[in-house]
Ligand binder design. Structure first.
Ligand code: FAD
Length: 143
């Protein structure tokens, strides 16, 4: 089945902490590697922005499992489209935290695709979210 990319955002449960994020990532890396899903999970200002890429059916199943997770709420699918090739092939999942302490290079990247230099994906278009994460991936994998 054709490769697809899904982009969604959601809101963290109040009180979600670093150990919750660590557990989510440990589980994601293992589960995604088993089914050929790759992607990136950004977290800042209590908002998650995630890209999942892989087989359409598998990405669907993964998303629906994630959407039921009580560690976040109100998930909104921003985009679900066929793709020619993966963009995040190096990562079964990678967490990038984007709080107010991010380095200047990341702040500039946030500003490039937003109307302000604070992470606010709910104000961004799906294309801006994708380009933002694509450049973030390039920045982090070339570093
Ligand atoms: P288990 O880990 O055994 O979990 C069983 C059930 O308990 C699931 O319904 C799970 O949601 C829930 N659960 C487990 N721990 C907690 C907890 N501490 N608090 C509340 N509920 C809990 N999973 C992936 O496989 N790939 C991803 O890319 C991915 N991204 C995620 C992104 C976000 C923002 C969040 C919040 C979760 C993400 N997860 C991801 C985790 C996913 O929601 C499931 O928890 C996980 O896939 C279930 O793994 P499992 O079937 O081995 O069940």
């Amino acid at each position: 089945m054709a490769l697809h990319r899904l982009i969604y955002l959601s809101y963290a449960r109040p009180g979600l902490g670093y150990s919750d994020l660590r557990h989510i990532m440990d589980k994601s890396e293992v589960n995604n590697a088993q089914v050929g899903v790759t992607g990136m999970l950004c977290f800042g200002n209590n908002i998650f922005l995630q890209i999942l890429e892989g087989n359409r059916k598998v990405v669907n199943q993964t998303y629906h499992r994630i959407a039921r997770d009580e560690r976040h709420h109100s998930p909104e699918i921003m985009d679900f489209s066929p793709i020619g090739a993966r963009q995040f092939g190096e990562w079964s999942m990678k967490l990038v935290q984007l709080d107010d302490q991010v380095p200047a290079t990341l702040r500039r990247l946030i500003l490039k695709f937003s109307d302000f230099n604070s992470f606010a994906p709910e104000q961004m278009t799906p294309e801006q979210c994708f380009q933002f994460m694509k450049e973030l991936y390039e920045l982090l994998t070339l570093a």
